[in-house]
Design a protein around this ligand. Structure first.
Ligand SMILES: [Zn+2]
Ligand SMILES: [Zn+2]
Length: 255
């Protein structure tokens, strides 16, 4: 699996793009979240909306879903030689978020007799299910109330026969989200939203070092981080963890 960070910044970043990724798995491309900066970040990384085979939406903050409407419309209104070749968008979503996402999309999409289903196909899963995707299993798990109290949210655990990757998306209460249940000797990377300043929605760097056992900390990649990242690089390096950088692809052997 190649993982390309389209952006690495937090919701209010004025320097980076939003924390969205393309996972190249086999011959397919999975878009991990679609924030409002996607319209620029996807092109900057050399991809187009038409390249995407499926989109996973972790939760409904605009840095994760604000660019989805445009992606859906641009694919639907795809023209070839001036002839309409609509491309539906395949969305992976946890069952707790699905009705909310459908409602959100209904406002721009359900006009003139159209329904959300004219534009999108959904694969809706619960914690006990997984999606088979190019030889890997995608386990989308519920993290509701651990990012923001009262808010539905999810993370994804990507598992293959040779390795696995945990992607937290946005989480503040690491204990409550019970992320350690996914970590084992096959884990090659833990993508963890990381804040270096007090806030109400994301794990602090110190919380992360307290939560994850020492022996797995070298597998952590800080993401969704504060703009002045240079101010924190010394602490990151001293802790022996890593941090994602925009458009620097990472390769993990999972199958
Ligand atoms: Zn976010
Ligand atoms: Zn969020």
């Amino acid at each position: 699996m190649n993982l390309i960070p389209l952006g690495v910044g937090g919701a209010f970043t004025s320097r980076f793009y939003h924390n969205n990724y393309i996972a190249e798995i086999g011959t397919k491309k999975l878009l991990i979240d679609a924030g409002t900066t996607l319209r620029t970040s996807i092109k900057k990384a050399g991809y187009s909306y038409l390249d995407i085979d499926a989109v996973w939406i972790s939760h409904l903050h605009s840095d994760h879903v604000g660019g989805l409407e445009e992606l859906i419309f641009q694919r639907y209104w795809h023209l070839k030689n001036d002839i309409h070749h609509p491309m539906k968008t395949h969305i992976f979503v946890h069952q707790t978020i699905y009705p909310l996402l459908r409602q959100l999309l209904s406002f721009p999409l359900e006009n003139g007799g159209a329904t959300v289903d004219d534009f999108c196909d959904f694969t809706v899963v619960g914690d006990e299910e997984h999606i088979n995707f190019e030889g890997l299993q995608l386990h989308i798990f519920d993290t509701s109330n651990t990012h923001i109290q009262g808010m539905a949210s999810s993370g994804v655990f990507i598992r293959g026969p040779l390795g696995n990757v945990l992607f937290s998306s946005d989480v503040k209460d690491l204990q409550g989200a019970n992320l350690m249940r996914f970590i084992n000797t096959d884990t090659v990377a833990i993508f963890q939203d990381t804040s270096f300043t007090s806030n109400g929605a994301h794990a602090l760097f110190s919380d992360i070092l307290a939560y994850y056992p020492k022996e797995v900390q070298s597998k952590i990649y800080a993401m969704h981080y504060n703009d002045p990242i240079e101010d924190y690089v010394a602490a990151i390096e001293q802790a022996g963890i890593q941090y994602v950088k925009e458009r620097e692809a990472m390769t993990f052997t999972l199958n």
